[in-house]
Write a protein that binds this ligand. Structure first.
Ligand code: SF4
Length: 337
């Protein structure tokens, strides 16, 4: 078990999001718009990606620095072949108390059982709409939303500890579908989180007018399905939670734009090529892969992680302004949201 690492604002390192591929089979407008990530876009070479062994070694080093929760992301993590083998390697690491994956679920129906057996605890599915036309418009993919729903059903069948749905809400695009999504989640026992549309990366053309504030989302749902606030499950939880008054289930809103939560952010990110990012909005990341491939021992890996975290002073969402909006930022598909 590791010892605590603290950044400049006294925030401990607890969570790690590991991007295992920069590729995705969707082209969501807010993440990988087709005009940028089109047929001519050059994705990373396989040899550039961290191998499963390198990822496991990096995660062990992060755990020694205090990480307890690990989430696999992408791109789309299920595009990485034999990903269940990586899950098994990470599940076996002493000190990883929580192992989760964020996926678009289009390939989950075939993989859910193997992932569960390998030791994956929780699954989070990105689902922006139940309406096929809206879903296709937002994900810019020729795939029925039914495919995603089949993936979610397979996850339920596989018996994961928790299935969570993440919905990015964009003004005038999918805001009218939030009630249906809340109902669907409640009926099936899934937790749903509505996320304010964010100015991530440089390619999504974000404008403040596109944001539907969390408060408004809660009001819209609460008018039909009465809600009451519930406390966070753990310190640093990013969602503001509500439970349905007339039955089981909960919704949450992630208000990174209207009510930022940087002061409790304990999350580091490892990119698919092994760079450490200390903020979703970071412009650059420390190169852990150079150490992994350069013969560094475990003490050196740990020293780099601790050093990077100790220097961390990120609080982008709190500082969000016209000035920061134009700073260079990394794309979300590169570091996994
Ligand atoms: S803006 Fe950066 S520091 Fe703030 S909550 Fe998001 S990832 Fe954490």
């Amino acid at each position: 078990m590791g010892t605590d690492s603290q950044d400049r604002f006294g925030r401990s390192l607890r969570d790690l999001r590991v991007s295992i591929t920069d590729r995705c089979n969707f082209r969501c407008r807010y993440c990988m718009p087709r005009e940028v990530f089109g047929p001519d876009f050059t994705f990373l070479e396989r040899s550039e990606l961290l191998s499963f062994e390198e990822i496991a070694r990096a995660v062990r080093a992060f755990v020694r620095c205090g990480v307890r929760k690990v989430r696999l992301t992408g791109g789309e993590p299920l595009l990485r072949r034999d990903v269940e083998e990586l899950v098994a390697m990470l599940a076996a690491i002493d000190g990883v108390d929580d192992l989760a994956m964020t996926t678009n679920a289009s390939l989950l129906a075939a993989k859910a059982g193997a992932l569960r057996r390998a030791g994956l605890g929780r699954v989070t599915v990105s689902l922006d709409s139940l309406d096929d036309a809206v879903f296709r418009a937002m994900s810019d993919v020729h795939l029925p939303v039914g495919r995603v729903l089949e993936g979610i059903a397979a996850a339920r069948e596989a018996g994961f500890d928790e299935i969570k749905l993440n919905t990015v809400v964009k003004r005038g695009v999918n805001e009218d579908g939030v009630l249906d999504l809340a109902r669907y989640a409640g009926e099936h026992g899934y937790i749903i989180r509505f996320i304010e549309y964010m100015d991530v990366g440089t390619t999504n053309g974000w404008r403040l007018d596109d944001v539907v504030p969390g408060e408004e989302i809660v009001r819209r749902i609460g008018e039909h399905l009465p809600l009451e606030p519930i406390p966070p499950k753990y310190a640093g939880e990013v969602a503001t939670r509500y439970r349905f008054r007339d039955g089981a289930g909960e919704i949450g809103v992630i208000t990174s734009v209207t009510r930022p939560f940087c002061s409790t952010c304990t999350r580091a990110r490892l990119s698919a090529i092994g760079e450490i990012y200390t903020c979703l909005f970071a412009g650059g990341g420390g190169d852990l892969r150079a150490l992994l491939r350069g013969g560094a021992d475990d003490t050196e890996l740990e020293a780099m992680i601790r050093g990077t975290w100790a220097a961390r002073d990120d609080r982008y969402s709190e500082l969000r302004s016209r000035a920061t909006r134009d700073l260079p930022k990394v794309e979300m598909s590169y570091i996994g949201g």
